[in-house]
Each structure stands twice: as structure tokens, then as C-alpha cells.
Design a protein around this ligand. Structure first.
Ligand SMILES: Nc1ncnc2c1ncn2[C@@H]1O[C@H](COP(=O)(O)OP(=O)(O)OP(=O)(O)O)[C@@H](O)[C@H]1O
Ligand SMILES: [Mg+2]
Length: 134
């Protein structure tokens, strides 16, 4: 799988998150993803971006077009250098929140995009990669 285009967007404020959503949607329109696919990916990115802001002290969103031998995809990596997640299984469980959320962001994102990878290390931060293929 090779990246064909990428950009790194700041994620330090709600305004940044709006930008990330808009850029992501624009790239998906360009690549011909359906409205349903756009909404799934943008919703997932939005939840992960909100987590990075709320729990990770902000970070970045990397937006990449990728292709393998027979398909095109779009990948987004959201990362922060915050406190990290000590118990990933617990964090992924629907209904678990350490704050005042519903505890549905991580599990919901995973269900929306399927191609979902979470890395986190206490003291180092959190990185989540999501992708959607055509
Ligand atoms: N980037 C992150 N850094 C540190 N902890 C995180 C991060 N993202 C998620 N977590 C932890 O995982 C928990 C579950 O996250 P999830 O997004 O599923 O729910 P929530 O943010 O608490 O609520 P919701 O997303 O439904 O508003 C969070 O409460 C938090 O403790
Ligand atoms: Mg959340």
C-alpha cells in the first residue's frame, strides 16, 4: 500500500476540528466516496478528534490518500502526546467514560469504519488510524 498524497492538519481547538472535518469531506468528494461513506468517516474522525482535544491536550490529524494494487483509500491518523490510555479494552467498551461523555466515541468509530487501529501508551500519547476503501 503506498501513500499518494498527504497533509498534516493541526488539532488544537474546535475550529481546527471543523477544518479537519471539512478537508476530510472535500477529499472524499474528490475521490468519489458516497455520501454515506463520507458521513461514516467524518463522524468517526470527529469523535477521535474530540477525544484528542479533550483527553490528549490536542494533537494532529494526518490525511492520506492511499492505493494498493486494485483500490483507492483514504486514511486519517489522529494523534496526541497526552496522558495516553492505560486500559485500552476498557476504553473501547461502550458506555465507559472517564469524563462526562457517553463512552461511545471509540466503539462507535470502530464500527463506522471497520479499518481501525488504536495505539496508546500511558505517558506518551494516543494514535488512532482509520481508513475507508473504495
Ligand atoms: N486521546 C485520548 N487520550 C487519553 N484518553 C483517551 C483518549 N481517547 C479516549 N480516551 C479515554 O477513553 C475513554 C472512552 O473514549 P470514548 O470516546 O469512547 O468515550 P468518551 O469520550 O468518554 O464519551 P463520548 O465520546 O461518547 O462523548 C475516554 O473517556 C477516555 O478516558
Ligand atoms: Mg469520545
Amino acid at each position: 500500500m503506498k501513500p499518494t498524497h498527504f497533509e498534516i492538519l493541526p488539532l488544537q481547538s474546535d475550529e481546527d476540528l471543523v477544518q479537519v472535518r471539512q478537508k476530510l469531506r472535500a477529499r472524499m468528494v474528490e475521490l468519489g466516496f458516497t455520501l454515506v461513506e463520507q458521513t461514516k468517516m467524518v463522524t468517526a474522525a470527529s469523535e477521535l478528534g474530540r477525544n484528542a482535544l479533550l483527553y490528549g491536550g490536542g494533537g494532529t490529524a494526518r490525511l492520506e490518500s492511499v492505493e494498493d494494487s486494485n483500490r483507492l483509500g483514504l486514511r486519517m491518523t489522529i494523534e496526541d502526546q497526552g496522558a495516553g490510555i492505560a486500559d485500552i479494552e476498557q476504553a473501547m467498551t461502550d458506555g465507559y467514560t472517564s469524563g462526562s461523555g457517553l463512552g461511545l466515541g471509540l466503539g462507535g468509530s470502530k464500527r463506522l469504519v471497520k479499518d481501525f487501529e488504536l495505539w496508546s501508551e500511558p505517558g506518551l500519547g494516543t494514535r488512532v488510524t482509520i481508513a475507508l476503501w473504495k
